[in-house]
Design a protein around this ligand. Structure first.
Ligand code: PBG
Length: 382
């Protein structure tokens, strides 16, 4: 049986209180019945939640949490969550040309890179112990149908081939989406101001297949069209790529935290916004439905995006489905920390480490983050 967090929360609080404390006295006539019900509550819920809250032993002055916080040795010994370079994925932006590096002003330390310089960056990431990079492309030219997204010699396809030829021991993940390649900047085919769903699926499937043909290890659809995971799984299987996993951006919110990325990837929508396909930040249950759908369509890993404002979603997804969960610590989250740090208002390095460990503690197995290299360096020096 799968136990979700909701099962626990929906359990009536007053009843929980009574049966956890004194069932016989509270309900003399039905005491046994209540105790029977009590036994039916899955053990781990009782252990992890109930007792911890009601438990008589865990009371001051008998119980003093500070005993185990005394110094760094104690804290290391009882630490519950650990961050490793293995948990991090580095996003990179690829542009046409040679020897070309275009710094992204709102994302200090990051640039659009031509393929030759990108290779060096990928090697750096590998030497820091980072297991994968995710690529975003800035095409030579954009058009209505985003045709460079699925062209055999598109910027991403070329970049993948080069990386695979020159660097070993690091996974190449690709973002599958049309917005960087379309003239209107939307993630799907546009007709009469609407973003068409089913008409977009074929293009996304072709894009994913072209990435895999070029050598991509994992494809990550981020467009939020309904049915795209199924369409991608089908085309990959039909072309004997049944062993290539899909990392689905399942719970991707219509977020203002993507601002710096859209400048970096030159992918700002030219009209309207993305609210008709990306999720409403107010919704949590819907994220679980999105994840369920993607898993049924064949996703191997799912993603929650952004990360820090959506830690509750990361937690619910992990607890409900118990599958590999990625979280995208997006451009705006990065920019905010960098800006405040440059102003001297926060300690940027500490805020970075605290943010990453929090995302992991919430339930993420993988974190896509612009901090990847910086954090990996810090972890290595420990
Ligand atoms: C869409 C895509 C976006 C991001 C990753 N993939 C932008 C969007 O949906 O507008 C945002 C990542 C970030 O902000 O760091 N291809």
């Amino acid at each position: 049986m799968m136990i979700s967090q909701q099962d626990y929360i929906e359990y009536p609080l007053f009843l929980k209180y009574l049966i956890h404390t004194q069932p016989k006295r509270t309900f003399p006539a039905v005491g046994y019945r209540v105790r029977f019900v009590y036994r039916q509550i899955p053990k781990n819920i009782v252990k992890n939640e109930g007792k911890r809250i009601e438990g008589g032993k865990m009371k001051f002055p008998k119980y003093r949490p500070r005993r185990l916080r005394k110094d760094d040795l104690f804290r290391r010994m009882i630490r519950e969550t650990h961050l490793r370079p293995d948990d991090l994925i580095l996003p990179l932006f690829v542009r046409p040309g040679k020897g070309s590096k275009q710094p992204i002003s709102s994302m200090p330390g990051h640039s659009q890179l031509s393929i030759d310089l990108l290779i060096k960056e990928v090697k750096d990431a590998r030497s820091l112990g980072i297991p994968g990079v995710i690529l975003f492309g800035i095409p030579e030219k954009k058009d209505e149908m985003g045709s460079e997204a699925y062209a055999e010699d598109g910027i991403i396809q070329k970049a993948i081939r080069q990386i695979k030829e020159k660097v070993e021991g690091i996974l190449v993940i690709t973002d599958v989406c049309l917005c960087e390649y379309t003239s209107h900047g939307h993630c799907g085919v546009v007709e009469g101001g609407r973003i068409l769903n089913d008409e977009t699926l074929d293009l996304l499937a072709r894009q994913a297949l072209s990435h895999v043909r070029a050598g991509a290890d994992i494809v990550a659809p981020s467009d939020m069209m309904d049915g795209r995971v199924g369409a991608i799984r089908k085309i990959l299987d039909e072309n004997q790529f049944e062993d290539i996993p899909i990392l689905a951006y399942s719970a991707k919110y219509a977020s203002s935290f993507y601002g710096p990325f859209r400048v970096a990837a030159e992918s700002k929508p030219q009209f309207g916004d993305r609210k008709s396909y990306q999720m409403d930040p107010a919704n949590g249950d819907e994220a679980l439905r999105e994840v369920r759908l993607d898993l049924e369509e064949g996703a191997d890993m799912v993603m929650v995006k952004p990360a820090l404002p959506y830690l509750d979603i990361i937690c619910r997804v992990k607890q409900t489905f118990n599958i590999p969960v990625a979280a995208y610590n997006v451009s705006g989250e990065y920019a905010i920390v960098k800006a405040a740090s440059q102003l001297g208002w926060v300690d940027g390095e500490q805020v970075m480490m605290e943010s990453l460990i929090s995302i992991k503690r919430a339930g993420a197995d993988l974190i896509l983050t612009y901090f990847a290299k910086e954090a990996a360096k810090k972890l290595q020096s420990h």
